[in-house]
Design a protein around this ligand. Structure first.
Ligand SMILES: [Cu+2]
Length: 647
């Protein structure tokens, strides 16, 4: 949602290879795998092949370069050491012609496999556009006059660039690629997001680079001072040290992480960032498959303010901005404890025909992996002797953070000793604020967070694509609702189990404790129950926009929390491949349109967790991390508690 300073700075550097573990000793013979993200060298090779093709026009941009993942059948059939397909997807965008092409490059054969024009489709906002769109707005006389009309100087203004979302811009050419700029006072102060300049929005046609609209709905007070008085640091902190004198209990081989019975790989995409692959677990012996692939595939952040300068704002951060290129450099003592091991990555420079050492920019410390205390795992106490049998828990945390505009999103996958996985996404940063003239104005559809500053109500939806393979690919989704059984007895309650046999969607139902189980179609545990994994929602956020709202209609995962589809190669994103200025019906509605059977099939669960953000005064000028998520727990997957062997 704004200019990403980190990647721009990082462009000054070049990185030899992506996915480098910089703290842990690198194994001598790290094996690569079909699901590994592209290395910096592979990005260079892929772009070089495209640049050698006569179809590439002068000045074209590369908004996205990522691994074209092999068909799932090939991933499942692959064994370490065997040969595998290696292909890249390179988006080519011709700015003046407003034309997107998608090029598949065979990295082994160094050749173009296909070059496909995608008429009417828009790539995500790419890095060069942040500066180019802001420059066009800064040069516009109407905009400059609007700034001066507020007794401010254009040089003191930070222009925040946004995908247009649901904006309707009179005068825009049909299908024009648009970006919008909103304004904040920067002056000589850090972080401008607590100093909104209300009422002023400019729209740029990104083909002509002309500002086609400047709307100014009137002058509101502007905060031009540093928010939050400088206070002396709180005192009394004693050192809190985490040490692992013998090193971590996990090992890393290439992209593969192994930890106390767990095994998984960490892939990477410039679109959604790190992707967990091939997740399996068994307390002893070879890991049993649980999930083939899991990623945070889309985010949707709709604002609930009716003001026309706000009604269009609904950021779809993953697909509209390719969040994978905005991974923040994680730091000990800020993001993670001192026993963390880091992973670096790299993303592609969007400018064509740059020198090879500028082709990529590094994403240092893109992923962190660490163990942490899990508190009490279990205890039982003998009723006669009071002798306790207890175990202390331990967790493996895999985490990364996207810094995208005023928000920072932090994702944590927490692996448990008993086969559980807890997934959470945290939002921190500064709320998107507006200037207001009165407390009453600031309290309508918003929270007044400071004098003349209000934070409009909004929601954050996070879609997770979870390609379950519970003990194999033949799976079944079952919905469980709990309800009272007064006919049996006033105290009685029971469970309804409803198999979801066809592609479609399901809604949250906290009042019936609704959760879902992905079961193997035929396998049973020792007592005859289906082998399965339970998905339990930990938060509940129904969309509050009207169903007719254009933004909501383009975000199917905000309409219904759970969708189930057949596992199909290429169906990776809940709002489709092209959500920027996208089309209603793309993504999940299209995937489920023919209602194929998912009964005993290879299925994918798309689960959206959400946060309804009613801002508090305490969220200003920076909000503390607020997290939402869901948990995955074995249900009948094992024949008894799989943590009985914990020492
Ligand atoms: Cu928020």
């Amino acid at each position: 949602m704004t200019r990403p300073s980190g990647p721009v700075l990082a462009r000054a550097f070049a990185l030899a290879a992506a996915l480098v573990f910089v703290t842990a000793p690198t194994p001598a013979a790290a094996q690569s795998s079909p699901v590994d993200g592209l290395t910096a060298a592979e990005i260079r090779d892929a772009v070089a092949v495209v640049e050698a093709d006569p179809r590439l026009v002068q000045g074209a941009f590369f908004p996205l370069v990522k691994l074209r993942e092999p068909p799932k059948a090939e991933v499942l059939a692959w064994t370490p050491g065997a040969a595998f397909r290696r292909e890249a997807l390179v988006q080519v965008f011709e700015r003046a012609a407003n034309r997107l092409s998608e090029v598949i490059v065979d990295l082994r054969g160094r050749r173009v496999v296909s070059w496909t024009v995608q008429p009417g489709r828009q790539p995500g906002v790419y890095l060069s556009e942040w500066t180019d769109a802001a420059a066009a707005i800064r040069a516009d006389t109407r905009w400059r006059n609007a700034i001066r009309g507020r007794n401010l100087q254009p040089k003191d203004i930070y222009v925040d660039i946004w995908a247009p979302g649901a904006a309707v811009v009179p005068g825009a050419a049909p299908g024009a690629r648009l970006l919008r700029g909103i304004a904040f006072y920067r002056g000589n102060l850090p972080n401008p997001y607590d100093r909104p300049i209300e009422g002023l929005v400019a729209t740029v046609d990104m083909s002509t680079m002309q500002v086609i609209e400047v709307t100014d709905t009137g002058i509101k007070p502007v905060n031009t001072t540093l928010s939050g008085a400088t206070k002396p640091p709180r005192t009394g902190f004693k050192p809190l040290v985490v040490t692992q004198p013998q090193g971590p209990s996990f090992t890393i081989d290439g992209s593969k992480v192994s930890w106390l019975g767990w095994e998984f790989r960490i892939g990477y995409s410039m679109r959604e960032g790190p992707v967990l692959q091939r997740i399996g677990f068994a307390p002893s012996g070879p890991p049993r498959s649980i999930i083939n692939r899991m990623s945070l595939d889309e985010i949707y952040v709709p604002y609930g303010h009716p003001d026309p300068q706000w009604a269009w704002r609904g950021a779809m951060d993953v697909g509209e901005y390719n969040t994978g290129q905005y991974l923040a450099p994680l730091a000990v003592g800020v993001d993670v404890p001192s026993n963390a091991v880091f992973l670096d990555s790299a993303a592609a420079n969007d400018v064509s025909r740059v020198p090879a050492n500028k082709r990529t920019f590094p994403l240092p410390h893109a992923v962190a992996i660490f163990e942490r205390n899990g508190g009490l795992l279990f205890d039982r106490t003998d009723p006669d002797s009071f002798e306790r049998e207890g175990r202390f828990g331990r967790e493996l945390v895999v985490t990364w953070t996207y810094a995208i505009g005023n928000y920072t999103y932090n994702t944590e996958y927490v692996f448990q000793l008993d086969g559980g996985i807890d997934v959470s996404v945290g939002a921190t940063g500064t709320t998107l604020n507006r200037g207001v003239s009165s407390a009453a104005e600031g309290s309508a559809f918003a929270t007044l967070v400071a004098p003349n500053i209000a934070a409009p109500l909004h929601q954050h939806f996070f879609s997770f694509r979870i390609d379950f393979d519970v003990d194999g690919t033949a799976n079944r989704l079952v919905e469980e609702d709990t309800h009272g059984s007064p006919a049996a007895s006033s105290n009685a309650f029971e469970i309804d189990r409803t198999p979801i046999t066809a592609e479609g969607f399901r809604d949250l139902s906290p009042m019936s404790n609704r959760h879902w189980i992905v079961e193997h179609a035929t396998k049973r545990d020792a007592v005859g129950l289906p082998v399965g994994y339970r998905l339990h929602p930990e938060s509940h956020a129904p969309a509050f926009a009207d169903p007719s709202d254009e933004g909501l209609r383009r975000a199917p995962f905000a309409q219904h929390a759970l969708w189930v589809t057949r596992a199909r190669d290429g169906e990776l994103y809940a709002a489709g491949d092209y959500p920027n200025q996208g089309q209603i019906g793309d993504g999940l509605p299209a995937f489920v349109a023919d209602h194929q059977s998912v009964d005993g099939q290879d299925l994918v669960v798309w689960f959206a967790t959400g946060l309804t953000h009613i801002p508090r005064v305490e969220d200003f000028p920076v909000m503390n991390r607020e997290a939402v998520g869901f948990s995955l727990r074995p249900q009948g997957f094992f024949d008894e508690n799989p943590a009985l062997d914990i020492p």
